[in-house]
Design a binder for this molecule. Structure first.
Ligand SMILES: [Zn+2]
Length: 187
């Protein structure tokens, strides 16, 4: 379960929970004639445009394509099928594709944990309480459970698998904050 190991102290972490807009990298290609594409690469969104575009056209397209990528990422998290696709992408990006779950789904009955993994049948469940949290937080929980397919405990080898995730400490801090807040006695 995420958040059960000490996270250390991050006094200067600043603006927790408010994801900053992604950095955008524009790649102008002379070989590209018409097609414009955009995709996420870690913290950045790469937009590929034909070199013939004017700077003004490029700016318009970049804005449009970045919006499209971000909207796609928000949509990604709503159904089980899309969760499966997201898991495959995270496994590919951070674990060389080694974590291959048989099923990934949202569940409503996990009040005390964000996610769980059953290595015996390679199933992963994520609490629906995560819906609406920032994508980097949901990705962290999903990646955390994917790593459990490779490493059952929370020892150094477990955390080594997660070391490549750029927003690891930020996501853990976010969840600790939510847990602390929900642990307060009801007024
Ligand atoms: Zn865990």
């Amino acid at each position: 379960m995420p958040g059960s190991a000490p996270s250390g102290d991050h006094p200067s972490a600043g603006a927790e929970g408010e994801p900053k807009p992604p950095a955008v990298e524009v790649v102008r290609s002379a070989r590209r004639r018409r097609t414009i594409s955009a995709y996420r690469s870690g913290e950045r969104i790469i937009v590929q445009v034909p070199a013939r575009l004017t700077r003004a056209e490029e700016a318009q397209w970049v804005e449009r394509m970045v919006r499209r990528v971000l909207a796609g990422e928000r949509r990604l998290l709503r159904s089980d099928d899309e969760l499966v696709a997201r898991a495959a992408e995270l496994s590919r990006r951070y674990l060389d594709g080694r974590a291959a779950p048989a099923a990934v789904r949202w569940v409503d009955n996990q009040q005390h944990q964000w996610g769980s993994c059953t290595p015996a049948d390679r199933t992963i469940r994520l609490s629906r309480r995560l819906v609406g949290m920032p994508d980097y937080v949901v990705d962290y929980v999903l990646l955390h459970e994917l790593v459990h397919l490779l490493e059952p405990g929370h020892g150094p080898r477990f955390w080594a698998h997660l070391a490549g995730y750029e927003r690891l400490e930020r996501a853990r801090g976010f969840l600790e904050g939510v847990t602390a807040a929900s642990g307060l006695p009801a007024a």
